[in-house]
Design a protein around this ligand. Structure first.
Ligand code: SF4
Length: 546
C-alpha cells in the first residue's frame, strides 16, 4: 500500500465482531481490540486470561518453558513429568536447528528425542515421584548427559509431586549431572509467556555463572531471544563472524549448557524477542553488570541497524569499519532482491498474529516489500510489547502474574563488573540506541490499523472477510482455516518448510517465499463444493473414495 493510501476505518468491523458476544465478554474483548491512533497513548489489554469457550491461538505455560526456551538446547535432557499427551511439545515442533556438536550427529544432541515419565492413573492416585526418579536414572544411565531438566505438567501440580526435591536428590546421587526442575504446570499462567519467565528463572538460578572462563575475543556478546528456527541463528552467527563479533551464548537457539554457564562473561546482551527473555537480560545486568540493548535481525535494514548499534556500543573504529564493510557487501544484494520482488508485492496487505515479538519484527520485512500490515497482534504479549517499556510501571500485577516467581537478584559480590558507565549508556541512549528499552509494536503501525490481542477464531474470520488480506501470518492451528478462506498463510513459528528469514540472506529468502505465495491464484480457487455455481465453476474440492 503506497504511503498516500489511508487504511479503512475498522470501527464497524469491531462493532460487528463484539455484537455477537454476550455483553460481559464483549466489554472484555473490546479492550483487547484497539484501532490504532499513533498520536494517542492507547492501552492494549493483554496478558489476561482467555475467556473459556473462545478458541485461542495460545499454548500453555509448560509449552513456553519446555518448547520455546529449553527446547533448542542440544545437550540437556528435557524430561517431561506428566501424561504422554503433553509431550506433543516435547518433540521438535518448532524446527529449531542445531550444530551436531564436536562429536558429530551421534554426540550429545538430544533435541530430536522425547523424554516423558508417561504418568498413568496409578501415578496420579499414589504420586509420581518414584517414577520420576526412575526416569531420571534411566535417562542418565543411557545417555550420561551433562544436565537433566524436569518439566511439570498440570497433573503434577494438582497432585503435588515435588519435582525440585526429586531433582536435588538425583543431582546429589548422580554427582556429575546438573538436575533441576521447572514448576511450569500448564495452568500456571495465562499463556506460554509465564513458561518463558519460569525457564529464565531456573536457567539463571542453576546454570548461568557456573563457568568463569574468560572469553578470548575482543567483542563478546550474548544474543537473547533467538531460537534458530529454520537456521535463523546460523545466519546471524555468519554475519557476526564476518564482523569479528564473538557470540558467547545464544538464548537459546543452537545453545549448549556450556555456553549458558559462561554467558555472564559477555560484555553486552542483545535482546531480540524481548517478550520471552527480557527477564534474563535484567537479571544479568543486576548481578553481573552486563548492559542490554534491543535489536532486530529481521529485515535487511534492521540487520544493518542492529550491527551499527553494536559498533556504537563498543566504540571501536576498526569494528565499526568492519561492520560498514560487511553491510556494504551484503545489503545491495538484499535491496536488489527486494526491488525485484516489489513488482509483485507492492501495495499488498498483510496480517500477522503470532508470538510476543514476531508480529512486530516481521512488519519490517513486509515494509521492505512495499506491503502494509493492516492488522496485527500477539498470542502471548504483554502491554509493553504493544505500548513500549515506558508503560511497565503502570501495569497492575494481577493474581495470575503474582503466581510466577520473581527472583530477588543482587549484585554478585565478586563478579559484578559494570561493562559500561552510566554516562556512556546515557550518551548512547541520546544517540537513539535502545539501551535497556524497547518500543512497542503500536508506534510502528499505521493509523487505523487494527491491533487485536489473543485473537479468536471468530475474530480471525471476520477480519479476513473485511480486509481480504493478501497474506496472513500465524501458526499451524490457524493455517488451514485461513487457507480455506482463500488466503495464503505463512507460518511464522516454524516457517513452514522455509527459512532462515533472519539477517541478510534470510531477508532474501523471505522476499522470495512471499513473492511466490502472492503470485499464485490457487487459494482463490478454493471453494466449498456446495458453493460452486456450475459444473465448470473453477473449484478445488476433494471427495471421499472408498
Ligand atoms: S495444558 Fe497442562 S495438560 Fe495440557 S499440554 Fe499443557 S501441561 Fe499438559
Amino acid at each position: 500500500m503506497s504511503e498516500e493510501m489511508k487504511l479503512p476505518d475498522p470501527s464497524t468491523l469491531k462493532d460487528e465482531i463484539l455484537a455477537k458476544y454476550p455483553p460481559k465478554i464483549a466489554r472484555k474483548r473490546a479492550k483487547s481490540m484497539v484501532i490504532n491512533d499513533t498520536k494517542l497513548d492507547q492501552e492494549v489489554q493483554s496478558n489476561v486470561r482467555t475467556i473459556p469457550g473462545i478458541i485461542t491461538q495460545r499454548g500453555c505455560t509448560y509449552a513456553g518453558c519446555k518448547g520455546v526456551v529449553l527446547g533448542p538446547t542440544r545437550d540437556i535432557i528435557n524430561l517431561v513429568h506428566g501424561p504422554i499427551g503433553c509431550s506433543f511439545y516435547a518433540w521438535l515442533t518448532r524446527r529449531n536447528q542445531t550444530d551436531p556438536g564436536p562429536e558429530g550427529p551421534d554426540g550429545e544432541n538430544f533435541i530430536n528425542y522425547c523424554f516423558s515419565t508417561d504418568m498413568q492413573d496409578e501415578n496420579i492416585v499414589f504420586g509420581g515421584e518414584k517414577k520420576l526418579k526412575q526416569a531420571i536414572q534411566e535417562a542418565y544411565d543411557i545417555f550420561k548427559p551433562k544436565a537433566i531438566g524436569v518439566f511439570s505438567t498440570c497433573p503434577v501440580g494438582l497432585i503435588g509431586d515435588d519435582v525440585h526435591a526429586v531433582s536435588r536428590e538425583m543431582k546429589e546421587k548422580l554427582g556429575d549431572c546438573n538436575v533441576f526442575g521447572f514448576s511450569c504446570e500448564g495452568y500456571k499462567g495465562v499463556s506460554q509467556s509465564a513458561g518463558h519467565h519460569i525457564a529464565n528463572n531456573q536457567l539463571f538460578r542453576h546454570v548461568v555463572g557456573n563457568d568463569d572462563t574468560k572469553p578470548e575475543g575482543k567483542f563478546n556478546i550474548n544474543l537473547l531471544g533467538e531460537y534458530n528456527i529454520g537456521g535463523d541463528g546460523f545466519e546471524i552467527d555468519r554475519i557476526f563472524k564476518a564482523c569479528g563479533i564473538d557470540v558467547i551464548c545464544t538464548f537459546s537457539g543452537n545453545s549448549t549448557m556450556g555456553a549458558f554457564e559462561k554467558s555472564h562473561t559477555a560484555d553486552l546482551n542483545l535482546v531480540m524477542c524481548h517478550r520471552s527473555i527480557n527477564y534474563m537480560a535484567e537479571m544479568m545486568e543486576t548481578k553481573f553488570g552486563i548492559p542490554w540493548m534491543k535489536v532486530n535481525f529481521i529485515g535487511g535494514d534492521s540487520t544493518a541497524k542492529a550491527l551499527r548499534k553494536i559498533g556504537e556500543y563498543f566504540e571501536d573504529e576498526a569494528l565499526q569499519a568492519k561492520i560498514e564493510e560487511v553491510i556494504a557487501e551484503e545489503l545491495p544484494k538484499v535491496e536488489a532482491r527486494a526491488a525485484e520482488a516489489r513488482k509483485r508485492t507492492e501495495g499488498k496487505m498483510a496480517m500477522l498474529f503470532v508470538g510476543g515479538s514476531r508480529a512486530h519484527h516481521y512488519q519490517e520485512l513486509f515494509k521492505e516489500l512495499g506491503m502494509e500490515t493492516v492488522s496485527a497482534g500477539y498470542e502471548f504479549g504483554h502491554r509493553d510489547d504493544y505500548e513500549g517499556r515506558k508503560v511497565l510501571p503502570t501495569i497492575k500485577v494481577d493474581a495470575d502474574s503474582r503466581n510466577i516467581e520473581e527472583l530477588k537478584i543482587e549484585a554478585d559480590p565478586e563478579r559484578f563488573n559494570p561493562r559500561a558507565s552510566e554516562i556512556k549508556l546515557e550518551t548512547l541512549q541520546e544517540k537513539g540506541l535502545e539501551v535497556s528499552d524497547y518500543k512497542g509494536m503500536k508506534s510502528d503501525m499505521s493509523d487505523n490499523s487494527l491491533i487485536v490481542d489473543d485473537i479468536t477464531h471468530w475474530e480471525t474470520e471476520k477480519l479476513i472477510e473485511f480486509y481480504k488480506p493478501d497474506i496472513f501470518c500465524a501458526g499451524i492451528k490457524e493455517k488451514y482455516v485461513v487457507q480455506k478462506s482463500g488466503i495464503p498463510l505463512k507460518q511464522l513459528h516454524s516457517y513452514d518448510y522455509g527459512g532462515p528469514y533472519a539477517g541478510f540472506e534470510g531477508a532474501v529468502n523471505f522476499y522470495t517465499d512471499i513473492e511466490t505465495m502472492l503470485s499464485t491464484t490457487i487459494w482463490k480457487k478454493l471453494k466449498a463444493p456446495w458453493l460452486a455455481t456450475s459444473a465448470t465453476d473453477p473449484c478445488i474440492c476433494a471427495e471421499y473414495v472408498a
